[in-house]
Design a protein around this ligand. Structure first.
Ligand code: GAP
Length: 444
């Protein structure tokens, strides 16, 4: 994990937020490569979950949330962790993370035994709307994206004219005042979710739960996460939310242990019923064929963007060996991202920076590829070092413009380049005009 955290900072994937002021605990900023990786993930999720389907539409709800919404959903009263205060060192600790010696609970910071009783601590961030500071002006930063989907269910149903089963998808920020943010970005206080609420008839719930579990595993394989590091936990009834009839956790083997990436839950009609009762507005569905009116049930695949980015980074990290400039073998760090996820798809190298014709041709290739993919131009240093820099950030393809390209080694090689594959390090000679199609077909 140390190697991964260090690479993330050194190469610009992830930085600690407010680092120059000592950092803001549990909050992270994504650097130039991190934002590309994150966007590739979100775009692919949107592509697969919304655009390629007839039965799902999107939503982009607000982060600031009316307290009544979170009261009805149960978050105001029950979205809590039990907390204990240490009277000796004043640390606030999660009750389930206390150390124990000879059967006596102790503070893990100072060893003190003078602890308060456990009290519930709400994980939501509360803020004030407008100038007045009275209780009526309280708003919350949403703790999940799901609630705006439930609250807008009727509006979306009316405008989209969808028939059950159909879903509403959303990607966006969520905030939780986690007591112990840890494991790099894994447990953060500000993070992003990719959630689908898939509404259905009650009798379809269990089958759709199995369907969405399969679809979601397929998704992780399609973004390059190795199947052998993914696990499915069938959450036992006593650990599920009381309204859930079935929940699967999709877990990933992180270097710090097997942990949840996504929850796929059959939430019955709990959410729509709660909001319908609390708002006094009907959130039911009229089935024109059967002439029945009922509140739909829902199956929810809920994934974390940041956790998936972390899994992508952990899964991609590899070390092998490659020859240096003098042919001596050295350790090579290589991020084996699936080309679909890689932040940069193709690097473009003129063999020498001081040969005008090579540089001009390389710039031409850059302009040719740019409309199709994220490319990176690099003319600095020996070619082997330039390859190595790209391997370390997972760029799947490298194009080198050399004297053959200029036609100096035979007319038949004019306007051809070498195309290098990151994983095999093999190079093939291809015509420049074939590059856009050739590379595009591998990154989609
Ligand atoms: N709407 C259901 C829901 O929010 P959840 O299991 O609390 O369920 C869903 O969260 C996903 O959101 C998790 O599987 C995880 O990927 C992500 N997530 C939750 N809390 C997180 C945190 N503190 N930091 C990063 N990701 C988090």
């Amino acid at each position: 994990m140390e190697k991964i955290v260090s690479l993330c900072k050194r190469r610009g994937f992830i930085f600690q937020s407010s680092e120059i002021y000592g950092g803001l605990n549990g909050v992270w900023d994504y650097g130039p490569l991190g934002v590309e990786l994150k966007n590739n993930l979100k775009q692919y999720w949107w592509q697969v979950m919304v655009r390629q389907r007839d039965d799902v539409v999107g939503l982009d709800g607000a982060i600031l949330t009316h307290p009544a919404v979170l009261k009805a959903s149960g978050h105001v009263d029950t979205f809590t962790d039990p907390m204990v205060d240490c009277r000796t060192c004043k640390a606030r600790l999660r009750a389930d993370q206390l150390a124990e010696k000879n059967g006596v609970k102790q503070c893990p910071n100072c060893g003190g035994k003078d602890l308060t009783e456990a009290r519930p601590f709400n994980l939501m961030f509360q803020t004030q709307m407008g100038a007045s500071a009275d209780p009526a002006s309280i708003a919350y930063l949403r703790p999940e994206t799901a609630q705006s989907i439930f609250v807008q269910f009727k509006n979306v149903l009316d405008v989209s004219r969808k028939k059950l089963p159909f879903g509403i998808a959303q990607i966006g920020k969520a905030f939780r005042n986690e007591i112990n943010p840890r494991n790099f970005t894994f447990r953060s206080r500000e993070f992003e979710q990719m959630e689908l609420e898939y509404f259905c008839r009650p009798e379809q719930g269990m089958d759709l739960l199995a369907y969405w579990l399969k679809e979601r595993i397929k998704f992780y394989e399609e973004i390059g996460i190795s199947r052998k590091r993914l696990h499915v936990l069938d959450v036992p009834e006593k650990e599920r939310a009381f309204y859930s009839r079935g929940t699967f956790d999709i877990e990933y083997e992180f270097p710090f242990g097997r942990q949840e990436l996504e929850g796929v839950a059959y939430r019955t009609d709990y959410d729509l019923q709660q909001h319908s009762r609390a708002s006094g507005k009907s959130l039911d569905y009229f089935d024109e064929e059967t002439k029945e009116r009922f509140v739909p049930h829902v199956v929810e695949p809920s994934a974390g963007v940041d956790r998936t980015v972390l899994a992508l980074i952990c899964d991609a990290y590899d070390e092998d060996s490659a020859p240096d400039e003098k042919g001596k073998m050295e350790t090579r760090i290589v991020m084996r991202f699936h080309p679909r996820m890689a932040p940069i798809k193709c690097a473009i190298f003129p063999l020498l920076r001081n040969k005008e014709a090579l540089v001009a041709k390389a710039r031409e290739v850059q302009a040719l590829l740019r409309p199709h993919m994220n490319v990176f131009y690099d003319e600095g240093g020996a070619i082997g070092r330039r390859y190595r820099r790209q391997d370390e950030i997972g760029t799947p393809f490298g194009v080198t413009i050399d004297f053959e390209t200029l036609g100096e080694k035979g007319e038949e090689l004019r306007d051809t380049v070498t195309l290098r594959d990151r994983d095999s390090m093999k190079q093939e000679r291809v015509a420049i005009k074939e590059l856009p199609q050739l590379i595009s077909s591998k990154i989609r």
